[in-house]
Design a binder for this molecule. Structure first.
Ligand code: UD2
Ligand code: MN
Length: 570
């Protein structure tokens, strides 16, 4: 009996000891978890463990500057220095340096995304981050966010491509930190030995990548919860779909993570800059997708450029990037047109979100002070836009005859891939896009006969509402004087329309087109009158120096109401 009692006690003790070990074990890893990703001084085994088990650690419990994507305000004696650094770097580097490199951010997805289920066997990704003289903290925060929020099986590697940075000490600091923080060579650095620009830097990264999918990142991003699964799922369903996460904003002044932005319908303007669709375009575009849930992938005519994923082999089949494009600009529009025209598709994926610091200026040099955006855009217009390149050159008359290098290989690529023409793209992918001069009753300048002056936007922001101006006619050289009288009777520019109210003497104004009645005009050639269709009033030049240079009034035979149209023939 006594022996039994002793054994029982021993057994119980063993149970307690076992329990105690388990509890200790948990506490140990909980503590490690709290410092996830902070590498100095800890052994490799811990990091191996972290990499494979800690990619989605509980974030809301963390405290510290900038946690949960909160803003960091710098006040007091450091404020002045912070502001001057902000000017140099175009984002608040002092604030960034204060924030943990693996900070928490809010899950900004639509709440229904949390119920989405993704297949487990997804392709693996090589994430390519290119940079030139990027700040250490933003660059490493980009990497941490990817490692910590990507299930390990899907993360084949992260490739940092250093585009010949000259910032002192950056290279060795990166090497040390990376070696001490991540194992298994999951984060690699490729160094370019001459400044190549972001396009060729991405090509260099893609050539050394070996994952199934390539995902390109700018060097100042933060990947959000479950960002990769919806992207990979879509590519697995169709390898010729190029997919983009929704881009959240990281505010340059205080590094707060914000959902402002969050747009997902990419467009372009005829100067070949990326823009989001206007409200009118968006409304019309979305009617083509009836029954679509807000969280479903949505096709987009163009991509922003900083973040996208694409099957690796498909990237090369489709012609990678144009290596003749230099430093910065245009490659995102080129890839967008090429993808759609050559048989692929481009989509935004609402359940995938990644933040990006939008900087007010580019903080680096352009060797030779070249306008690389213009040259790259000429290359893309010449190769892909057929007769519609005219719309680009109409806005960039300064570029007529300028050098853009050899494009023969890209023209061959287009032939080899048997791509659709640009008209097909406009008709099928983006029919909402207005083409100045196409199907128009008139395209050119609207001239006031009394004074050799033409209607002119006076460089005002055409997303806003303003009184239309007049200025000495520039013989077609000034884009701000070009108007189309459309087949719908709008007197419009790329996205803005002239409108007027019924009140006599009220100004003719410009705003983003809305498709409403007050935007319609009829020109009478014999009488040389521009009539506002809805009210029957006539366009009239008011007094010189008036705040409202152009008004409408009941039609009269007065000279102040005589206008003619000068057709633009390039
Ligand atoms: C926008 C895009 C960017 C690209 C560019 C047009 C967004 C938010 N970003 O740039 O992806 O499409 O427009 O070309 O849409 N870099 C180099 N070498 C250089 C210059 C830049 O590696 O010579 C790197 C730079 O460190 C950064 C990336 O390229 O990681 C993009 O440059 P950016 O962030 O200065 O330009 P951004 O965001 O205005
Ligand atoms: Mn960027």
């Amino acid at each position: 009996m006594a022996l039994l009692r002793l054994l029982k006690r021993k057994y119980l003790n063993a149970k307690y000891i076992f329990l105690a070990i388990v509890i200790n074990f948990c506490i140990y890893f909980y503590l490690v978890d709290q410092q996830k990703g902070f590498g100095y001084g800890e052994d490799t085994l811990t990091f191996r463990w972290k990499r494979f088990h800690n990619y989605k650690a509980a974030e809301p419990f963390r405290t510290g500057p900038g946690e949960f994507g909160r803003p960091v305000k710098i006040q007091g004696h450091l404020e002045e220095e912070a502001n001057s650094l902000l000017k140099e770097e175009a984002f608040n580097i002092m604030a960034s340096d204060m924030i943990a490199l693996d900070r928490s951010i809010p899950d900004t997805r639509h709440h229904e995304c949390r119920n989405e289920v993704y297949p487990a066997d997804l392709p693996s990704a090589s994430v390519i981050i290119i940079f030139h003289n990027e700040a250490f903290s933003t660059l490493m925060r980009t990497v941490h966010s990817i490692v910590n929020r990507t299930p390990p099986p899907y993360l084949h590697e992260i490739i940092l491509v250093d585009d010949f940075s000259t910032r002192e000490g950056l290279g060795s600091k990166l090497d040390t930190y990376i070696a001490q923080t991540w194992v298994d060579n999951i984060v690699k650095v490729v160094r370019l030995f001459k400044r190549s620009g972001l396009i060729r830097a991405r090509i260099a990264g893609s050539k050394v990548a070996t994952g199934d999918v390539l995902i390109f990142f700018d060097a100042h991003c933060e990947a959000n919860t479950e960002w990769i699964e919806p992207l990979l799922t879509r590519i697995k369903q169709n390898r010729t779909t190029v997919v983009c996460p929704i881009v959240d904003g990281i505010v340059a002044e205080d590094m707060s993570y914000s959902t402002a932005g969050g747009y997902y319908l990419g467009a372009f303007n005829w100067a070949l800059f990326f823009v989001w669709m206007t409200l009118a375009e968006q409304k019309a575009f979305l009617t083509r997708f009836p029954g679509r849930r807000e969280i479903d992938p949505i096709s987009s005519p163009t991509m922003l450029g900083c973040l996208f994923a694409m099957d690796r082999r498909y990237f090369f089949e489709l012609g990678a990037y144009d290596p003749g494009m230099d430093i910065w600009g245009g490659e995102n529009i080129e890839l967008s047109f090429r993808t759609w025209m050559c048989g692929g598709r481009l989509e935004y994926i609402p359940c995938s979100r990644v933040g990006h610091i939008f900087r007010a200026k580019l903080p680096y040099t352009f060797p030779g002070k070249k306008d690389t955006y213009a040259i790259n855009s000429m290359r893309l217009a010449e190769v892909w836009m057929d007769k519609y390149k005219r719309n680009f050159y109409d806005l960039r008359k300064d570029l007529k005859g300028a050098e853009y290098g050899d494009i023969s290989e890209r023209v061959e690529l287009r032939e080899r891939l048997k791509c659709h023409d640009f008209k097909w793209y406009l008709r099928n992918v983006f029919p909402e896009k207005f083409v100045p001069g196409e199907n128009a009753k008139f395209y050119g300048m609207v001239r006031f006969l009394g004074g050799q002056e033409c209607l002119d936007t006076m460089q005002q922001d055409e997303a806003s509402v303003f009184n239309i101006g007049v200025y000495g006619c520039q013989g077609g050289l000034s884009p701000s004087q070009m108007f189309s009288l459309t087949d719908r009777d709008e007197l419009r520019r790329e996205k803005s329309c002239l409108f007027a109210s019924g009140i006599s003497g009220s100004p003719v104004k410009s705003r983003e087109c809305q498709g409403s009645q007050d935007e319609l005009w009829t020109y009478n050639k014999e009488e040389q009158l521009m009539k506002h269709t809805e009210t029957g009033h006539c366009m009239e030049r008011s007094q010189p120096d008036s705040e409202t240079p152009v008004i409408t009034n009941p039609c009269s035979q007065s000279e102040a109401q005589k206008w003619d149209l000068i057709e633009w023939l390039p």
